[in-house]
Ligand binder design. Structure first.
Ligand SMILES: [Zn+2]
Length: 238
């Protein structure tokens, strides 16, 4: 009945490279300043050079950011389409062979379903995003995407305090909520140790009101999003 193949002889079947008709999911995750977007742009450019049809998306959550392009901290740039919801991607992705999505953490749980559907249709889907929030907690939906992806890349930054490899995004000021817009003035990459040390110090600092608009000129801007409004979340901050 059961055919005795290579597995029965103790040899694992080697993964074969996907054929053009097979879709798959690639996820690039890390802290801020770890080069996620840079890596996403690099892969998308390779596909464009190979004359593959590429569509690129980002969440339309921050109008002050460039709405027509994905821009890395290292000033790499690639044209993109801003969409309000993950499901909007399905409308524009019919013709695409390769789909790039930046800031996946802002799309919410819906993104997982969308990405799976695209891969099922034979598309190569590449998603970049923050895997942890400013408290170093898993940032949905990225953890779930990691589970269903074929390929995972974790990018590391360099700790801005001690120079060790850093996988955490540290918020320098005590501000309320999981979603606070800021760039280098508000966030920095930190290793585990410096992240914890900073939290202990910051927990004794007074709460700084979030002006929200004081960084409008900063190109390096990011937003950390959460499900809850700012004010109640501020009380829970440590
Ligand atoms: Zn450090």
């Amino acid at each position: 009945m059961a055919r005795r193949g290579s597995l029965a002889s103790g040899v694992m079947a080697e993964p074969t490279p996907p054929t053009p008709s097979t879709g798959w999911i690639e996820v690039i995750v890390g802290s801020m300043y770890s080069g996620k977007t840079e890596e996403l742009i690099r892969r998308l450019r390779r596909a464009q050079i190979a004359r593959q049809r590429v569509e690129i998306f980002k969440p339309a959550i921050d109008d002050r950011y460039a709405t027509d392009a994905i821009v890395s901290h290292s000033e790499l740039r690639i044209p993109s389409r801003a969409v309000r919801r993950a499901r909007d991607i399905l409308r524009y992705a019919h013709e695409a062979q390769v789909i790039g999505i930046d800031e996946g953490q802002f799309f919410g749980r819906e993104l997982v379903d969308v990405v799976e559907r695209l891969a099922k249709r034979g598309k190569r889907v590449i998603v970049a995003g923050l895997d942890q929030d400013y408290r170093a907690r898993p940032f949905e939906p990225m953890p779930e995407l990691l589970a269903v992806a074929e390929y995972i890349t974790k990018t590391l930054a360099i700790c801005m305090v001690c120079g060790a490899p850093a996988n955490r995004t540290y918020r320098k000021l005590k501000r309320g909520g999981r979603v606070v817009v800021g760039g280098a003035d508000l966030y920095e990459a930190r290793c585990r140790r410096c992240f914890e040390l900073g939290r202990r110090v910051r927990s004794r600092a007074p709460l700084v009101p979030d002006s929200g608009g004081s960084h409008a000129s900063s190109r390096a801007r990011a937003r950390v999003r959460g499900a809850r409004p700012r004010r109640p979340a501020a009380r829970r901050m440590r």
